[in-house]
Structures are given as C-alpha cells and as structure tokens.
Ligand binder design. Structure first.
Ligand SMILES: C[S@@+](CC[C@H](N)C(=O)[O-])C[C@H]1O[C@@H](n2cnc3c(N)ncnc32)[C@H](O)[C@@H]1O
Length: 422
C-alpha cells in the first residue's frame, strides 16, 4: 500500500475550494492520523501539526460540519500532547534516564535547542510548550475522558469549544477533585458533635452570646446523615437563616460527595441577613408545606430565651411550661400530618436546669414523648456542647460555683433528636 504523504496530498488544496470540501478535509485528517502514528522525530511531528493546524483553520473558515471541525481540533491537541512527550523523552535521554521510574518528575528544559527550534518553527511560546508538557503528563485514561466530555459539551452547547486550554482546565479540575479529602472533618463519625473550632459561627451578631445559637456544623451533620439527593428539606424555625449559609457552603463540607437537595425556610419572626428568604409562618397553626422529606428545627430552648426573638404570645420562647408543652404537641402533630411514612424529623434542644431555684425540666424527654404520641419513633440521637464553659469570665466562674453549691448542674449539652414517621 502506498504510504500517506502530505506533500502529495496537499498539492490538491487549490482544488479544495471548488470540490467537496468536507470529504477532502476528512480524507486529509485520516492521512494525518496515520502520519502521526508513524512519526518518530520531532521534525515529523511538527510537520503533521502544521498541516492539521491548516486543516483546522480551513474547516472553520468554510464552516464545515461541527464534527469535522472538532476532529481537526482534537487531532491538533493530540499532536501537541505527542510534542510534549517527545520533548520529555529527549530531556530524559539527555539526563541519562535518572528519573525514568517517575516520568512525571522530568521537567522539560524550555530553552533547550529542541524547544527553541519548535518555538521558532511553529511560532509557539514557552507557555505553549509547557502546556504540551502538561498534556503529556496527564494519564491516558484521564486525557481521553476529558476529551470525550469536552467534545460532547461542544456538540451540545453552541458556545462551548474544544481547546488546549479548556482541556487543561478540565484536567486540573479533575486533579483538584482527587485532592479533596474523601470526607470533611466537619462531618463527625460518631454521635459526639463537638467542634473544637467553629467554622460556621453565629451570623446574627446583635444577639447575646449564648442565646439561640447553634454552630452551623450541626446543620451540616444533620444534612449529611439524614438528607438524600433531591430531598425537600424544611427548616420551620429558621430564625436568622444559619441553615441557609451552611446549605450554600455544602461543597465545603461534603468532601468528594457533593449533592443537591432543596431547602425551604420559615419562622414566626424572620430576621437577619437572609430575612427576605424566610417565610413568616406560625408552626403551631399548621405545617407550611406538604410532604417534606426532612424537617429540622432548632426550637427556642425552654426557659432560656424569653422575649429574645419577639414579644409575640405565640412565640415558644415566651411561653410558660404548660403552654410550651401544648404548643410543642401541636407542632409535633402538624409535622406528622405533613410527613409521609419513613421520612425524618429532627428536633434540637437541651434540657433545662435553673441553678438558682433548683427547677429541672427534662425537655428532651418531653419532646420525645410528644413526637411519639404524634406517630413518630425515635430514630437517632446525637449530642453537642453549647460551649458555655469556653469563656471563663468572672460571671461564669460565679455560676459554676453556684451550680456546685446548690447541687444543680448547669446545662451544656444540646440533644439532636431525630424521629422517623411511622
Ligand atoms: C433557636 S431559634 C432558631 C435559630 C436558628 N437556628 C438561626 O439560625 O437563627 C428558634 C426560632 O423559633 C422561632 N419560633 C418561635 N415560636 C415559633 C412559632 N410558633 N412558629 C414558628 N417559629 C417560631 C423563633 O422566632 C426563633 O427564630
């Protein structure tokens, strides 16, 4: 069979304009692919690059089919990868095969005679050559996967194009993904949800230091353990919207497993910077949406936050124990009516102890019994410190002494109770 030769075949280029341009280009691209396969020297590869570069330009100029244009670009990029490989091999042989076992460590000298001649022959910059080197360093499997992805994207989207830079960007993104830890340290492997440093601290600085504030990390762990991709999640006591901030930052704590779900927020008294995204709703009256896959509520802690969020009578924070229990029972029922069997509902609350008058209310037991009466079973439980001991102020020291003297412990642990709708 006759060897393919560009000298011969390219002689017909002048007739290109009048002939069937697409067939001619397709034929030339085939010839170029064969030549590339056979090419051994830098000079041969440079020659193929020049021809394919010209074919690519022609395919664009004459607006040939997208497929042919992409074939030309893809082949040009493959040649650039080969150029990178050959340059590396040459460097290796100059360096006496010292680093052969780890080829990725071989750094091509961009000022070597070979590099200089390529740069002047093909008008490449040093930057171009280092890009080719990067293409050459990319494992075959990853390179092929990225080329396929970007080609598909270029066919589907009018705006998208195949390019050396685009391929390198996609390759770098893939490497970045691999370097992401599999799981974030924010996600706790046990039911001890204590966070030595809090990344998602309070967002509403106007509040007092310990009131109504949970580290956003608690929401991240709730999402992680209880929310599936595509779920509808409802936060019916969203307050100032800490939950939204954690939801929006999910690529930070989902490690390599980032997924999407929907979040809707409600509150009796929306406030803070996300106020406009939180819908005003009284949860004791009804549940605001149907069929939530997951409900998570950070309720006003009984006895600790009176008048903190509003002065409304229907605000749980302002209720005496009896009314608080009635309101919580209604809320449990409203959740049960809205949720389907098997879905989950999390309630976050500490117990209550008053060091000065000795009153102890096992709030989390009350919550459990009310949710069970409404048709749920306890599914899971985690614990988190309210970090009340972290500031050793004189006031804290006095409270600690008072607790010990009166034999009534201070309350520090928040329980994260998750119920399953029966
Ligand atoms: C502990 S705070 C939640 C704070 C929230 N984690 C945040 O990011 O700001 C409890 C919330 O319950 C709300 N609340 C009190 N009574 C309510 C009711 N009847 N219906 C709906 N929300 C209520 C309060 O307005 C308050 O924002």
């Amino acid at each position: 069979m006759k060897e393919p030769s560009f000298e011969h075949e390219f002689a017909i280029i002048p007739t290109f304009v009048s002939g069937n341009q697409e067939t001619v280009v397709v034929q030339f691209l085939k010839t170029a692919t064969n030549l590339l396969r056979k090419a051994k020297t830098l000079e041969e590869i440079q020659e193929v690059w020049q021809k394919v570069n010209a074919l690519e330009a022609l395919s664009k100029k004459f607006r040939l089919s997208k497929d042919v244009q992409l074939d030309a670009t893809e082949l040009r990029i493959r040649i650039e990868r080969r150029l990178g490989e050959i340059l590396r091999q040459k460097t290796e042989s100059r360096e006496g095969h010292i680093k052969k076992q780890n080829q990725n460590l071989v750094k091509v000298d961009l000022d070597s005679e070979d590099s200089k001649s390529i740069r002047s022959n093909l008008n490449f910059t040093k930057n171009d050559l280092s890009k080719f080197q990067e293409l050459a360093r990319t494992p075959q499997k990853l390179f092929e996967a990225v080329v396929t992805d970007l080609r598909t994207e270029a066919v589907i989207k009018r705006q998208a194009a195949l390019s050396t830079t685009g391929i390198l960007r996609a390759i770098r993104n893939e490497h970045k993904k691999d370097s992401e830890p599999l799981f974030s340290p924010i996600i706790k492997p046990s039911d001890n949800w204590n966070f030595s440093t809090v990344q998602y601290g309070r967002i509403d600085e106007a509040w007092g230091e310990y009131r109504g504030y949970i580290p956003g990390e608690i929401y991240a762990n709730c999402f992680w353990y209880y929310v599936k991709p595509g779920d509808l999640v409802i936060s019916p006591m969203a307050g100032s919207g800490q939950i939204l901030r954690v939801y929006e930052a999910r690529q930070e704590w989902m490690g390599q497993h980032v997924y999407d779900f929907k979040l809707k927020m409600f509150d009796l008294t929306p406030r803070g910077k996300y106020k406009d995204l939180i819908i005003q709703h009284d949860l004791t009256k009804s549940f605001p949406v149907e069929n939530p896959d997951y409900i998570v509520m950070d309720i006003p802690y009984y006895g600790m936050v009176a008048q903190q969020y509003s002065n409304k009578a229907e605000d749980l924070a302002n209720m005496a124990l009896e009314d608080w229990q009635i309101a919580i029972a209604r809320i449990a029922k409203n959740c049960a009516v809205a949720q389907k069997t098997g879905t989950l509902c999390t309630v976050i609350s500490p117990n209550y102890r008053d060091v000065t008058n000795g009153l102890i209310v096992m709030v989390t037991d009350i919550i459990r019994s009310l949710w069970e009466s409404a048709g749920y079973t306890l599914y899971d439980k985690a614990y988190s410190s309210r970090r009340i001991q972290q500031n050793q102020t004189p006031q804290m020291a006095r409270m600690n002494n008072q607790a010990k003297a009166n034999r009534i412990m201070l309350t520090d642990i928040t329980e994260i109770l998750t119920f399953r709708r029966g």
